[in-house]
Design a protein around this ligand. Structure first.
Ligand code: SAH
Length: 348
């Protein structure tokens, strides 16, 4: 298997010792996303906006609805984090426009390969390497689908001698997870101090930093945000780090930079960060329930009536997005709004 990063990591570990899981995940995903379009049937994995146009459309309607009830501020920015192929933005902005919402478009994206695809659909957009350069002159409508799960996580593992950072070491020519040497007991909440040997605790400093920045902007500029991802409502012990290649789960350490590395998102921590910055947490609900509340079933019927030849495909897309055994329960939608912004649809 051709994995150039494997050799780089092996050399680095030989020379300077094991690297953290966070370092491993950050470098692997930077290489992975920068070098390809991973989305769709021909790629490694498929996301909600690539399954059905209804996903982006309903997000666009949610944004238009909250913007209208916020008094239709004349200037407003659409900001998408990790926009992939630009499909969600196309569908959302198309639907929002029908209700008079025509924002300027900003993409936070680091992948050269995906930026090229986004440019084809959105020649008027502006790109940012991170959130720091986003405009601060008007409310922001922020959308992030399957973005936080790709950010590096940190893991701690309980050993016989206490908690240690989980690291990546080298065994012959293979990368393997090992416990680091530094004591980490003070970084672990009291409740987990006596967890059984082998227990793993995950945190995502990168996601926390994003939520901190987004919340600061919502508080200062006004606006709303939707974070959609798979994850848990309450934190739990165990590793959720996984690698997906060609629509199949593979070994996390086998081919760095050649598979998509993701981890579950801890929505409870993210909501607490938002609230600590005076931002309104509108709720965190299952994707299936949220899309139903926004009317995905009526939308599917309307699309099928308009294009009868595509009926089966339209209903299959709807089911994949909302069924409990598919994406409906595992994926969650978290809504946030600026202090003087109204509630958003689908969260009550
Ligand atoms: N939202 C899209 C794509 C999800 S894949 C969809 O739903 O189809 C993850 C996206 O986040 C990709 O666009 C990837 O290039 C981007 N990304 C990953 N890590 C990033 C980072 N650290 N900064 C900015 N973008 C990142």
């Amino acid at each position: 298997m051709n994995a150039p990063l494997l050799e780089t990591f092996a050399r680095l570990i030989t020379n300077t010792g094991p690297i953290s899981i966070a370092h491993y995940m950050a470098e692997s995903n930077a290489h992975y996303y920068n070098s390809r379009d991973p989305l769709g049937v021909a790629g490694d994995f498929i996301t909600a906006p690539e399954i059905s146009q209804m996903f982006g459309e309903l997000i666009g309607l949610w944004l238009a609805d909250i913007w209208i009830r916020a008094g239709r501020p004349a200037q407003v920015h659409y900001v998408e984090l990790g926009p992939g192929r630009g499909t969600l933005a196309r569908d959302a902005l198309g639907a929002a426009k029908r209700y008079g919402l025509v924002p300027t478009v900003h993409f936070v994206e680091t992948s050269t390969a995906l930026k090229a695809l986004q440019l084809e659909l959105h020649p008027q957009a502006r790109w940012h390497a991170d959130l720091s350069t986003l405009p601060n002159d008007a409310p922001v409508l922020i959308v992030a689908n399957e973005f936080l799960d790709a950010l590096p996580i940190r893991q701690m593992v309980r050993t016989q001698e206490g908690w240690r950072e989980r690291m990546v070491g080298l065994d012959q020519n293979r990368l393997i997870p090992i416990a680091g040497s530094q004591l980490m007991d003070n970084a672990v909440p009291q409740a987990h101090c006596d967890a059984p040997e082998g227990a793993i605790l995950e945190t995502s400093p990168a996601s926390a930093a994003i939520l901190y920045e987004v919340s600061g902007r919502l508080a200062a500029q006004g606006g709303a945000a939707l974070f959609i991802d798979y994850g848990y409502g309450e934190p739990s012990l165990g590793s959720s780090l996984q690698a997906v290649r060609d629509h199949t789960k593979v070994d996390v350490f086998a081919a760095p930079g050649e598979a998509d590395l993701t981890a579950h998102v801890d929505f409870s921590v993210l909501a607490a960060i938002a609230q600590s910055r005076n931002v309104r947490w509108l709720g965190t609900v299952e994707q299936g329930l949220w899309l139903r509340a926004l009317g995905i079933e009526a939308r599917a019927d309307a699309l099928a009536a308009f294009a009868p030849a595509h009926t089966a495909e339209i209903y299959a897309g709807r089911d994949r997005l909302i069924d409990q055994q598919q994406m409906g329960t595992l994926f969650k939608v978290m809504g946030l709004a600026g202090p003087s912004w109204p509630d958003g649809a689908g969260f009550s």
